[in-house]
Design a protein around this ligand. Structure first.
Ligand code: SAM
Length: 273
């Protein structure tokens, strides 16, 4: 009673809907769906009959209040998106916040997400990553977003639509360079699943020859330590001296800078003295 379930649905392969998700969709009072036609296909496949409320980007506010009022009156609701985890570049985030603010129990029924699935098969570093979602369609905002990631060390995850892929690869190349490792993950869990483990330049060339089709996640390697180490020792020391002036111990400064810029701690320590 009075509960919201955030239910992950497949990103392609219907076999990926978990038994717990099926059970939840069967037992809730109603489903808040991003596109009721898309969700109806999923429900039909699993022979689930359930009333649905459409809940999407442009009716979030009005429908959110309506869904909340039904939940507060004692009903249970499952929120789903067209594919993958709700709330991740998909509706759900506001509803979770709204329900939580009104003391409603919000429970997750986890399912696949294109972002994490792509990261896992990218072959790139997975220990630290940042999710960037879709880049803006506005060129200036897109470049501002990418420029803010110029020195990002963590692996970066982007969503992209096929008709914008080539332009985005061009923008990635201008910010990160042609040699930066990149994995292009296409149509995951579907018949035409394809993972291209290449560089940004390699992907640009590939998609000049092959028209992008389907759904894509781009996994871009973070900046390598060696690239950061290209900062000359004297410049690193200038940064270090400011840190020392701010009250840090020379040994701690040398340790921190060695980690960031790839120099030996002893070498930095000696130069800083
Ligand atoms: N919330 C979803 C999730 O967690 O996976 C993502 C929704 S977002 C609106 C849709 C984007 O996810 C697509 O444009 C594409 O970038 C990516 N995507 C979804 N399904 C995919 C798939 N099967 N293969 C590759 N990318 C996919």
């Amino acid at each position: 009673m009075s509960q919201l379930f955030v239910v992950g649905t497949p990103i392609g392969n219907l076999q990926d809907l978990s038994p717990r998700a099926v059970q939840t969709l069967r037992t809730v009072d109603f489903i808040a769906a991003e596109d009721t036609r898309v969700t109806l296909k999923l429900l039909n496949h699993f022979e689930i009959k359930k009333p649905m409320v459409s809940y999407y980007e442009h009716n979030l506010h009005e429908k959110g209040e309506y869904i909340l009022s039904r939940i507060l009156s004692g009903e249970t609701c499952a929120v789903v998106s067209d594919a993958g985890m709700p709330c991740i570049s998909d509706p759900g985030e506001d509803l979770v916040r709204l329900c939580a603010a009104h003391g409603v129990t919000v429970t997750v029924v986890p399912g696949p997400s294109a972002a994490v699935s792509a990261l896992a098969v990218s072959g790139l570093v997975t220990s630290r990553f940042t999710f960037e979602g879709f880049l803006s369609t506005n060129k200036a905002s897109r470049m501002e977003h990418l420029s803010s990631l110029e020195n990002e060390r963590r692996t970066m995850i982007f969503y992209e639509a096929p008709h914008k892929l080539s332009a985005t690869l061009g923008d990635l190349k201008s910010v990160f360079g042609a040699d930066r490792p990149l994995s292009v993950c296409r149509e995951l869990t579907k018949i035409h699943e394809e993972i291209l483990r290449t560089t940004i330049g390699g992907a640009c060339e590939y998609f000049e020859q092959n028209t992008p089709k389907g759904e894509f996640v781009l996994i871009v390697s973070g900046q390598e330590k060696q690239e950061a180490a290209q900062l000359p020792l004297e410049e690193v020391c200038q940064i270090g001296r400011k840190m020392i002036l701010s009250g840090m111990r020379t040994t701690d400064v040398a340790k921190a800078l060695a980690k960031t810029y790839g120099y030996k701690k002893a070498e930095l320590y000696k130069s800083l003295l």
